[in-house]
Ligand binder design. Structure first.
Ligand SMILES: NC(=O)c1ccc[n+]([C@@H]2O[C@H](COP(=O)([O-])OP(=O)(O)OC[C@H]3O[C@@H](n4cnc5c(N)ncnc54)[C@H](OP(=O)(O)O)[C@@H]3O)[C@@H](O)[C@H]2O)c1
Length: 207
């Protein structure tokens, strides 16, 4: 992961190809991993922190002067995993809790400078995510899955309305609202029961 090295290239591209107008930064890249910690591997877990947390912070910091100067917005892709500890995906859930809390705090700092920040919290969505995380098709997630177009439209609608956080879909909204009312230890127990039902398979090379 070398965001710092890539930043001059990104900034030069932006100035050359889109020299004026507002900028929408979407911090979307991310991956998970399923298993008893540290499975699939300590390297996989550290890489997850690098991409899901470190790259998001570095990229945002590097592009912030341009965002403030030209105006724009930031969408940080968190997850419903951010609302409770997530056993068997413990590092992944913690990275998304970071993204949610950091986004909300950053929004308080920079919205008044013309750069609102939206924390997007999708539930299970039909992408490559679960396969890459080491889960077989037919897992619990598939039954709840939304399509990615609906998630994108929900995010853009929330940004237009000036929201700082959005959870996609009513089932996910209800789940997030209920779980945040529970004591953290109960929420962790409940999530562990649900996530234990996910069928494990070999990750086969990680992200
Ligand atoms: N799908 C879900 O159920 C779900 C639910 C909640 C939140 N999310 C979040 O949504 C975001 C997008 O995931 P997705 O569902 O679209 O999964 P995906 O289909 O697996 O896409 C993951 C994206 O992250 C990029 N990526 C993966 N590993 C990378 C690495 N080491 N370095 C740089 N880029 C990397 C991928 O780029 P390449 O294709 O070029 O590798 C791809 O653009 C993630 O932050 C994920 O945590 C997903």
């Amino acid at each position: 992961m070398a965001v710092a090295g890539a930043l001059p290239v990104i900034l030069a591209w932006l100035q050359r190809e889109v020299p004026a107008g507002k900028v929408l930064l979407i911090n979307n890249s991310g991956f998970g991993g399923y298993g008893y910690f540290p499975a699939p591997s300590a390297t996989h877990q550290a890489g997850m922190i690098d991409l899901n947390v470190r790259a998001v912070v570095e990229l945002t910091a590097g592009l912030l002067p341009v965002l403030k100067q030209r105006g724009g917005a930031i969408i940080n892709v968190a997850s419903t995993a951010a609302f409770q500890p997530t056993a068997y995906m413990s590092v992944y859930g913690a990275t998304k809790a970071f993204v949610l809390h950091w986004s909300l705090a950053l929004d308080q700092e920079i919205r008044r400078e013309g750069v609102p920040v939206l924390a997007l919290c999708p539930g299970p969505t039909a992408t490559e995510f679960f396969r890459r995380a080491g889960l077989q098709p037919g897992s619990v997630a598939d039954a709840l899955s939304m399509d990615s177009e609906t998630v994108v439209m929900t995010a853009l609608a929330a940004l237009t309305k000036g929201r700082a956080v959005v959870v996609t879909g009513w089932k996910n909204k209800l789940g997030a609202a209920l779980v945040t009312k529970l004591p953290k230890t109960w929420a962790a127990w409940l999530a562990a029961r649900v996530l234990a039902r996910f069928r494990l398979k070999q990750a086969g090379g990680g992200a």
